[in-house]
Design a protein around this ligand. Structure first.
Ligand code: ADQ
Length: 459
């Protein structure tokens, strides 16, 4: 019997983490098959015997095996290499990367160390599925430790154009290690294309067609598997009591005004300063919107130990203050910016009553918020989605108003077009968005990936 074994930096051992993104997708996959999940416990410990033990937890048929990190591992592998080198470079922000050879050494060592701990726990027939940019080198480690079974990898963030990837001093090493996987999955066709082009241009790789690639004496499957959401679950969340309550609370504040909503982690990839500028352009270019629209941006701080994130926070505070100072009135706050998180149900309720969903990242692997926004809409009076061409989701959600997030006038025009769009057009666009979000949901994504990694199926 084959069993699914997932490896990712963060797990959903805490039920609160089962609400969105990677955690919910992997959790749903493991629950469906009764699998095993390796990851970081979230704790930092002193170097010693404890730093090498695995802590076990069981929940709903899923076994968790968690490792702690030492301070050195945490700083080198997680904070510096993953979040201050790979994250910016893969999001096309070479200018923000803190290139650091020592950090890469620690990153590689943590990948190898965890691989050595995972391998003895694997049994014949297991299917190993590794997630995201923290563990690009995991297959290499598992092979070195003696594992011969299938290993797949899914990258949740973009894979950049070859010349951007090549800015990483360790690009060749990383690419070689990625080719040790049997299946490498990306969010979008654009990412798959970038990876294959890199292999062809820099490593003598060959595209064999049909999703097969040969490089570094290895033949592997490289395809796009766009991640989806639990579409039906989100419809239910949007109709829950908590959703109603949140909708009512914001409704009291809105009065007759239209709600334009944005929900993103506080991250420079999400294009928040540009979005705030676009809101300013909206009130400049379309005076009829003044006093009639309330833009609400919900943005919980993330990675606040990293300097670039602290700077972003300051920039957003200033921009929001300036826009409200310039345009606000005694009875109108044009831009509400809430630096905190809400539950999935509350967000679903806010999406439901919003006229416009603003999803304008400068780069995003997929972006799930836009899919959640679509599923929360009411069929009789749906809101309009504005989506960046640089989100992976733009390949699927072509019926959104697609914008260039750098072009603040373009975004302002799209907001205005959305606010004045006829009911008929809103419904036509929304139905097509809904159909694809329902059809290509999280189970579709999982099955598509696992069909390539484990053609014989799971137990
Ligand atoms: P993220 O960069 O975290 O994920 P995203 O895909 O939008 O981005 O997922 C965020 C999740 O967090 C959504 O489910 C959203 O509802 C939730 N969330 C956001 N703001 C919140 C708030 N204020 N309160 C509560 N919840 C909030 C990474 C990649 C993406 C990719 C996902 C999944 O960067 O491109 O889509 O992984 O693969």
């Amino acid at each position: 019997m084959s069993r699914l074994v997932a490896i990712s930096n963060r797990t959903a051992v805490d039920p609160k983490a089962r609400a969105g993104g990677l955690a919910v997708a992997v959790w749903e996959s493991l629950k469906a098959t009764g699998g095993l999940w390796f990851g970081w416990s979230g704790d930092i410990v002193e170097e010693g015997p404890r730093s090498n033990t695995l802590h076990a937890h069981y929940d709903e048929g899923v076994e968790f095996l968690l490792t702690d990190l030492t301070q050195e591992e945490h700083d080198g592998y997680y904070l510096n290499y993953a979040n201050r080198v790979i994250w910016p470079v893969f999001h096309y922000r070479i200018d923000l990367a803190w290139f650091d050879r020592d950090a890469f050494t620690v990153y590689a060592a943590v990948n190898q160390r965890i691989a050595r701990q995972v391998e003895p726990r694997l049994r014949n027939g297991d299917i190993v599925w590794v997630h995201d940019y923290h563990f690009l080198l995991m297959a290499d480690g598992l092979r070195n430790a003696g594992w011969e079974g299938p290993i797949g990898f899914f990258l949740h963030i973009p894979f950049p154009a070859p010349e951007v990837f090549a800015a990483l001093p360790e690009h060749h090493w990383i690419a070689r290690a990625m080719c040790a996987y049997d299946v490498v999955g990306f969010q979008a066709e654009r990412d798959r294309y970038n990876f294959i082009q890199y292999l062809i241009e820099e490593c003598g790789g060959e595209d064999l067609g049909d999703g097969r690639v040969q490089a570094f004496d290895h033949t592997l499957t490289v395809k796009a598997y766009p991640i989806g959401i639990d579409a039906q679950g989100f419809v239910e969340a949007a109709h829950s009591d908590k959703a109603d309550e949140a909708a009512q609370r914001i409704g009291q504040f809105l009065g007759q005004r239209d709600l334009v909503i944005g929900v993103d982690r506080m991250d420079y990839s999400k294009g928040l300063p540009q979005r705030f500028e676009a809101v300013g352009r909206l009130f400049d270019n379309f005076p009829d919107t003044r006093g009639k629209v309330s833009v609400t941006q919900i943005t919980p701080p993330s990675r606040s130990k990293v300097e670039e994130y602290q700077e972003l926070r300051v920039e957003l505070d200033q921009l929001a203050g300036r826009i409200n100072g310039d345009y606000g009135d005694l009875d109108w706050i044009p831009l509400r910016y809430l630096a905190r998180s809400y539950t999935r149900e509350e967000l679903a309720g806010l999406f439901r009553i919003a006229r416009v969903g603003l999803v304008t990242p400068l780069r995003d692997g997929m972006n799930l918020v836009c899919k959640e926004f679509v599923m929360a809409q009411d069929e009789n009076d749906p809101g309009v989605l504005i989506l960046s061409e640089f989100a992976g989701a733009a390949e699927q959600l072509q019926d959104a108003l697609i914008v260039n997030p750098h072009d603040t006038d373009d975004v302002a025009e799209a907001i205005h077009a959305a606010l004045t769009m006829s009911l008929d057009e809103r419904q036509r666009r929304w139905r097509r968005l809904r159909d694809i979000t329902v059809e290509q949901d999280v189970s579709w994504w999982r099955e598509k990936f696992l069909a390539d990694l484990a053609p014989g199926g799971l137990s």
